[in-house]
Write a protein that binds this ligand. Structure first.
Ligand code: UD1
Length: 427
């Protein structure tokens, strides 16, 4: 078991570039199934969720080559339409394979994804969308058998009751090669949806309106090979900005798309940080004392992202005054609060609301990563806290951050990754 150990109190300064977006690379790798040829995807971050996606692509018969941050997928050899339970469980977002396999094969057999650390994650919207395309769904012994083999998939008008990111992606993937036109009403507007549509359009798909709440997909007969570069990860960028803000530092992020970061920049400015944007660069310098952020409500894009809620909460633990959080996206996304309390933070949570009363200082603690973003909040608190922080269960963090300890060390942090066994022999 690996751990991250942080000796807090160092201010973070410097310039870094930001890794490719996890939430873009996963659906785009799945989309390569529709190409029936070779896709070259650049700027793929090295993450365990990307490894899990590649494992599933290989199981389906694709040949996948990974060279540094470039992944080449030849999906012309795809020969299966099922994903076994153990592979589905490796990654929470594997449900997006439903649209990829349906679009390519017209039939998909997947196991039901279980609950997860941040909520139940039902898939009713995904399944109902498949039925609206004309597929029949049988739910048997934990397996979802989804088939449109008899009549084929037909484009349709689908209204989502909530702008689900995964359901929007599954609909786009299914619609790209379906007969006729599909219109998605109340589609998710996240930048990662635009990236998926951009990749598919490069392959010859006809997707219009990605990034808006109505998306139209005109089905085409086939897609051709293409190259694509994944957009920078707005949540990773946010996390490092918060790290600089919490440690009294100054940070420049290269290679970001500032418009994706608007919902994060606004509360950072409210906390007293100066944020300057120039082209694809963002510079942040922090004040002597952070101020409270009156209220953070997580919302679908372009609202404040739920994936940055835990990190922003870490920031408010040392801000002057009381901040309020309302988590509107996932029902149990406050598991990090129990761990933040170990640092001496003052937080009270009830239902979807959490009230954070800023304290002067945090103290290093032994904590665990409760989930991916909750885990990154532990690193942030550790960077600010006096003394040593040990974070366990960091496999959660490795799902979304590429070598965070190296990035933070390059900015001046005292942080290392240790193997539990090595640690006990050197102590
Ligand atoms: C994606 C992101 C995740 C982010 C989330 C919200 C990926 C790989 N993951 O997750 O990092 O936190 O968007 O921005 O892109 N819901 C239903 N029924 C459904 C589908 C969703 O009730 O069929 C609910 C969920 O329980 C949740 C809400 O809708 O409460 C949002 O979920 P959704 O947008 O689907 O998130 P994901 O695609 O799972």
């Amino acid at each position: 078991m690996n751990k991250i150990i942080v000796k807090g109190g160092k201010s973070l300064n410097g310039e870094i570039s930001v890794q490719g977006a996890k939430n873009s690379v996963l659906p785009i790798l799945v989309a390569t199934l529709l190409v029936n040829g070779i896709s070259v995807i650049h700027n793929c971050p090295c993450l365990s969720d990307v490894d899990a996606t590649i494992k599933i692509l290989r199981y389906l018969g694709c040949s996948v080559l990974r060279e540094g941050h470039t992944v080449t997928v030849d999906s012309s050899t795809m020969n299966r339409n099922d994903v076994p339970d153990e592979l589905m469980r490796e990654m929470r977002s594997s449900i997006v394979f439903l649209g990829g396999i349906m679009g390519r094969m017209g039939k998909a057999i997947l196991s039901t994804p279980g609950g997860c650390e941040i909520g139940l994650r039902p898939i009713d919207l995904h399944l109902s969308a498949m039925e609206q395309f004309g597929a029949r769904i049988i739910n048997e012994n934990g397996l979802i058998i989804c088939s449109a083999e008899e009549k084929g998939l037909c484009g349709t008008r689908i209204t989502l009751s909530f702008p689900s990111v995964g359901a929007t992606e599954n609909i786009i993937l299914t619609a790209a090669l379906s007969k006729g036109t599909t219109v998605i009403i109340n589609a998710a507007r996240e930048p990662e949806i635009i990236d998926l549509a951009d990749f598919l359009n490069k392959c010859g798909a006809k997707i219009h309106g990605a990034g808006e709440s109505t998306i139209t997909v005109e089905g085409v007969l086939s897609l051709h090979s293409a190259e694509h570069t994944i957009i920078p990860d707005r949540i990773v960028a946010s996390t490092y900005m918060i790290a600089a803000a919490m440690t009294g530092g100054s940070l420049t992020l290269k290679n970001v798309i500032p418009s994706h970061l608007g919902p994060i920049i606004q509360p950072l400015r409210e906390s007293g940080c100066q944020v300057n944007i120039k082209g694809r660069k963002i510079s942040l310098s922090s004040p002597k004392q952070l101020k409270r952020i009156k209220i953070i409500r997580t919302m679908p894009h372009p609202g404040f992202p739920t994936d940055a809620q835990a990190q922003m909460m870490a920031l408010t633990t040392i801000a002057d005054g009381t901040s309020v959080f309302i988590e509107n996206i996932f029902e149990s996304r406050y598991k990090h609060i129990g761990e933040l309390l170990r640092f001496g933070a003052k937080i009270h949570a009830e239902g979807r609301m959490a009230v954070v009363e800023g304290v002067r200082n945090l103290n290093g603690a032994n904590v665990k990563a409760t989930d991916l973003r909750g885990g990154s909040a532990m690193i942030l608190a550790g960077l600010r806290a006096a003394g040593i922080t040990e974070i366990s269960e960091i496999h959660h963090i490795d799902r979304g951050y590429e070598e965070p300890e190296k990035v933070l060390e390059s900015l001046g942090a005292d942080i290392k990754r240790v193997n539990e066994n090595e640690k006990s022999t050197t102590e």
